[in-house]
Write a protein that binds this ligand. Structure first.
Ligand code: ATP
Ligand code: MG
Length: 315
């Protein structure tokens, strides 16, 4: 029941200390528009770039250190508005660390990053208002229903009471979850959970959406349905997407622009076709990845173990 769910959500938000902390609390805005047939509500506006912002994401000498370990090493990279950008790289290459700085969850050790026109250090709240984030680890609460999870997100992201219910219903419909709205998330499949997390991350129409391995552990059908939702979000609403993946088919299907990280640095960047042509006329993206990411090293044991744990949780 929406009223009971709302009361329970309010209690959870109070217990969590309100908007602010944690991975799930990164603010996003998705104004949904009923005018789009059968999909999103009338409030949805195609997002315009911030005045003066040259790219949706701008990194200049961006660096992150954990003690003596340099996880992200002076990255210079600009992602234009409306792009679907793939950040690839072996386990431990620095993908998640980069996303954590761009989503204001970790402060850079050096350098600068701007997202949707705002500096992640100088104006973190402005950045959070304009981004969505689906983290590598599952973030939906299994003890709540899909509807309750969305209600929690709507309140955290400041969606007004008057429009909250309609936006949640539109988001559920868009992600193909209407029939499961009032089932506990712990009974959802991995693919349904990922779609619910996408709905949560886009309830307020973000300008930029960050996805850390969005389809890890999903079967081919579930994976494809996530791809379709992402392509729709990008095409229909102009949302810039930055995603990480180890799935070269996913990168090739979704990303128009790719950077391969190796040991915290960008080893190469370009369109998938350009990258393949740079290796050999018949090269695959797998071969490009192996060439630039020193894949034979296989990643560190700790990184591989974490990836397997994530896959198990989803699978
Ligand atoms: N909180 C932390 N403290 C110390 N080291 C960390 C921390 N988080 C990440 N690292 C290290 O930083 C490096 C980059 O890690 P990161 O998680 O960004 O890699 P990744 O490219 O996302 O890898 P994966 O593909 O396995 O998710 C790794 O060597 C990792 O062990
Ligand atoms: Mg990672």
């Amino acid at each position: 029941m929406p009223e009971a769910a709302e009361a329970s959500t309010r209690r959870r938000i109070r217990a969590a200390g309100g908007i602010a902390s944690g991975v799930d609390c990164v603010g996003v805005e998705l104004r949904q528009r009923r005018a789009l047939p059968g999909i999103l509500g009338p409030m949805f506006q195609r997002r315009k770039p911030e005045p003066g912002a040259t790219g949706a994401i701008e990194m200049t000498g961006l660096t992150l250190q954990f003690g003596t370990l340099v996880a992200v090493d002076h990255i210079d990279c600009q992602v234009p508005h409306g792009e679907i950008f793939g950040l690839l790289g072996a386990n431990g290459a620095g993908k998640t660390s980069t996303i954590k700085m761009l989503t204001t969850l970790l402060p850079p050790s050096a350098g600068r990053a701007c997202v949707a026109g705002y500096d992640v250090v100088a104006a973190p709240a402005e950045v959070r208002r304009r981004i969505g984030y689906v983290p590598q680890m599952l973030s939906a609460d299994g003890a709540l229903t899909g509807y309750e999870n969305l209600l929690l997100s709507a309140r955290l992201y400041g969606v007004g009471r008057a429009t909250r219910r309609r936006r949640i219903e539109d988001a559920l419909e868009f992600m193909g979850l209407t029939a499961f709205a009032h089932r506990l998330v712990k009974t959802y499949s991995g693919g349904m959970i990922r779609r619910l997390e996408l709905a949560q991350a886009t309830l307020h129409q973000p300008k930029v959406l960050f996805l850390d391995e969005p389809t890890i552990g999903l079967d081919p059908v579930a994976r494809r349905s996530v791809w379709e939702r992402l392509a729709d979000l990008n095409r229909e609403f102009g949302i810039t997407i930055l995603l990480t993946t180890h799935d070269m088919e996913e990168a090739e299907q979704l990303c128009r622009d790719i950077a391969i990280l190796h040991a915290g640095r960008i080893a190469v960047r370009g369109r998938p076709a350009e990258l393949k042509a740079s290796i050999a006329p018949t090269a695959t993206l797998d071969q490009v990845f192996a060439h630039y990411s020193a894949m034979s090293e296989g990643g560190r044991l700790r990184d591989t173990a974490q990836t397997r744990r994530t896959a198990r949780r989803l699978g």
